[in-house]
Design a protein around this ligand. Structure first.
Ligand code: ACO
Length: 421
């Protein structure tokens, strides 16, 4: 197998090395392309561009494989906890029991916010969507804590962020519904504490159902990393300028909010609700999604990388059925979602374009069954993705090949002209 490719341009031939990853993924290293030929590559949406080398997450989109640090996602979802997965992603290894206990204790101890942060939430408009409030509050943390530089500083900054983000998320929610903020409880695990801060009130405590808490933990694990997607690339790009860790993560949260990315989970429920309101028949909606003159898309379907079933979607579909039966509830939306999936998987439009359910298709249904308000769906996604963003930010900082992110362009505007005055 050739370990280089040749490019003929004009009367010259140039040779570029082919580099290979540990799962035999290959890339042409064009680092010298512009200097040697004056050319740049043109790749809108970066579908063919490897922006970094990374040892964190492996995806094979054709085979539907997702692994964190080599461990298959289904094993982690079944046998590990979210805090273990945080350690795995950030340090590279699953922590031994003592180290996990110490990490859990650290994360638990840092859950409170600086009391002045209350004023920040109170300054937000009433009824504000919790996503922009979460993004701004994480950015605001950079005003309270200096940019971490040493390994020790980074470790403390990471623990603080993992500990405080559920509190920020729950307070963003409480503010959006006009209820008083609820302080964290150090006797609760990560997911239970989040539920407590979202649902308890000063008048009434919240009874934590272990089925719900475990389902939330699994959802967090499933969202924990997904290599160089839109929000993660944003975190790396912002961080490449040496911006503060918290500012980089805040930018990632904003990128995640878009409806083509993490915001799709909220859109899926709105779509299923609309189908239910029309009597449950999805055909009219599907016709619109397939019509080139209509911008409607089937939300929760399709993926840049997965060209087969998203492995997270299959775990979520199983978890969804399990949670709904264990909670003893029924879900019209789950029935509609499964019917919609069945129709689309037989439809030529979706088959020919390899469009399958993605992680957002069933996550919304499960959040709804667990009683999570629709506006909080993407916030839940952000809480899950946090360790991935952190791990990628640290890897980017430690990588000697990192340069400030700065793509080129093909200029198509006016050529030189002058003011006629
Ligand atoms: N419904 C209908 N048609 C679709 C859909 C969809 N959900 N997704 C893609 N297509 C069609 C496109 O119109 C295009 O058709 P064409 O070849 O006839 O022009 C073809 O499939 C390829 O689509 P692209 O937009 O080129 O695919 P891309 O990789 O750029 O986009 C994306 C991927 C954004 C996820 C897209 O599939 C989409 O918009 N899905 C709906 C939103 C969604 O669920 N987002 C969540 C993704 S998962 C995540 O971010 C966590």
């Amino acid at each position: 197998m050739n370990k280089s490719v040749e490019l003929r341009y004009g009367d010259k031939t140039y040779s570029y090395p082919v580099i290979e990853g540990s799962e035999a993924e290959k890339a042409i290293d064009i680092g010298k392309l512009r200097a040697q030929t004056g050319l740049v590559t043109f790749d809108p949406g970066y579908g063919n561009t490897g922006s970094c080398k990374s040892a964190i997450t492996f995806i094979d989109g054709e085979k539907g494989i997702l692994r964190y640090r080599g461990y298959p996602i289904d094993e982690l979802a079944e046998k590990s906890s979210f805090l273990e997965v945080c350690q795995l992603l950030i340090t590279g290894e699953l922590p031994p029991p003592k180290a996990l206990d110490a990490f859990r204790a650290d994360v638990t101890r840092h859950t409170m916010l600086h009391e002045d942060m209350k004023k920040f939430f109170e300054a937000m408009p009433k009824g504000a969507h919790p996503m922009p409030v979460l993004a701004s509050s994480v950015s605001a943390l950079a005003a309270f804590y200096e940019q971490p530089e040493t390994d020790d500083d980074i470790r403390t900054a990471v623990v603080r962020l993992l500990a405080k983000m559920p509190t920020l998320a729950a307070w963003a929610y409480k503010h959006s519904i006009g209820q008083p903020f609820i302080y964290p409880r150090n006797d609760l695990d990560y997911a239970s504490n989040l539920l407590h801060m979202m649902y308890a009130t000063p008048c009434e405590s919240y009874r934590i159902d272990p089925v719900v808490a475990r389902a939330i933990d699994v959802l967090l694990i499933l969202h924990a990393d997904h290599e160089q997607n839109c929000s993660t690339s944003t975190v790396r790009l912002v961080g490449s300028s040496r911006a503060h860790l918290y500012a980089s993560i805040s930018a990632g949260i904003s990128a995640l909010w878009g409806p083509l990315h993490g915001g799709a989970n909220q859109e899926v429920i709105e779509m299923l609700d609309a189908i239910a309101a029309e009597g449950g028949g999805a055909e009219r909606f599907l016709a619109r999604a397939k019509d080139k003159n209509d911008t409607t898309r089937l939300m929760g379907f399709g993926h840049r990388v997965y060209k087969s079933y998203d492995p997270r979607a299959s775990i979520l579909k199983r978890t969804c059925k399990d949670v709904i039966s264990r909670l003893g509830t029924s879900s019209e939306l789950l029935d509609i979602a499964m019917k919609l999936e069945e129709i689309t998987l037989k439809d030529d439009y979706f088959i020919s374009r390899k469009l399958y359910p993605n992680v957002d298709f069933y996550s919304g249904v499960i959040y709804k069954a667990l009683g999570i308000p629709t506006d909080m769906f993407t916030v839940m996604f952000a809480l899950g993705r946090l360790p991935g963003w952190i791990a990628q930010w640290i890897e980017m900082r430690q990588d000697k090949e990192t340069r400030i992110g700065r793509p080129r362009q093909i200029y198509t505007g006016a050529t030189e002209r002058h003011l006629r005055r």
